[in-house]
Write a protein that binds this ligand. Structure first.
Ligand SMILES: Cc1ncc(COP(=O)(O)O)c(C=O)c1O
Length: 282
């Protein structure tokens, strides 16, 4: 993929977040795993600087950031370990699957071994099995779909940016919903997720989603705060540990955003959201 010249990307990690991450680094910390949530790249310069100071790996969750860029650098073109998803709901898909980018040849070899049963082809008539790896290889069929999608990726993302520009332009100025951070052309807009002003509404988020569905508009939720899932509660995390994530998890709604949408579709979504919110205002 040739990287187009992209303008400066406003980072989504602010000073406070960086110092919060740094405070959490302890003797057992091995890696930092940032998520380029919704396609908005985190401030990789500062995160990598922090990681270098503490000798930590940075494993980027770039599931949402296929085709995104930070300060003009494509996500995946620099960094340590970068993981992309080609799941069907992502900006490009191979049906299922993904890709890991790494900078070290030996590590790439290890990943390849883990990907396919720990098997190494050692010659035309020989193989070695090093350990019980996974069966996580991308099928040839999936790869063929992915190659076709890759050619269209920049077009998909450009259309997503146009639709988001429409969301921002047409969003009523007095709207009580909080809009996502806008970023710039490096943002690949996997999702558009405003926050509902639940404390000012007489309805729950479930009811909001139901009323949108009544108008034929699907609304998702990405994501509830992960520390409150059973898998993390089991490790001791509790309600109140991350109040910002908890609030965002309660209020977030994912509005429709996909390349084949029209401007009129965006306008219809905005109108539906604001009709429902106005009607439910406490
Ligand atoms: C932030 C994030 N990380 C990782 C994944 C996992 O991707 P995959 O389903 O390709 O394993 C997803 C999938 O939805 C995701 O949204």
């Amino acid at each position: 993929m040739t990287a187009p010249k992209l303008p400066f990307t406003r980072p989504s990690i602010d000073e406070e977040t960086i110092s919060a991450v740094e405070r959490l680094v302890g003797p057992r910390t091995r890696a930092i795993m940032p998520v380029h949530f919704a396609g908005l790249p985190v401030d990789l310069d500062r995160l990598q600087d922090l990681a270098a100071r503490h000798r930590l790996r940075v494993v980027e969750d770039a599931a949402h950031a296929v085709g995104a860029a930070f300060r003009g650098r494509r996500i995946g073109s620099t960094g340590d370990l970068i993981c992309f998803s080609f799941h069907p709901n992502k900006n490009m898909t191979s049906g299922e699957g993904g890709a890991i980018v790494c900078r070290d040849a030996e590590e790439a070899r290890l990943i390849e071994l883990h990907r396919f049963n720990g098997v190494e082809r050692t010659g035309p008539d020989s193989m070695e099995v090093h350990f019980p790896g996974m069966k996580a290889n991308l099928s040839d069929i999936a790869a063929a779909i992915g190659v076709g999608q890759l050619r269209r990726l920049d077009g998909f993302n450009a259309r997503r940016r146009e639709l988001v520009a429409r969301y921002f332009a047409q969003w009523p100025s007095g709207s009580p919903l909080r809009l996502p951070e806008r970023g710039d052309d490096g943002h690949c807009w996997h999702m558009f997720c405003p926050l509902l002003p639940l404390e000012r509404l007489r309805i729950t988020r479930v009811e909001f989603i139901r009323r949108m569905a009544d108008r034929g508009i699907a609304v998702g939720v990405h994501y509830p705060a992960i520390h409150l899932f059973a898998a993390y509660r089991r490790l001791g995390w509790r309600e109140g540990d991350f109040p910002v994530a908890e609030r965002v998890g309660r209020e977030t709604v994912t509005l429709p955003l996909f390349p084949s949408m029209t401007e009129a579709d965006v306008d219809r979504v905005i109108e539906a959201v604001h009709d429902i919110v106005a009607e439910a205002a406490a």
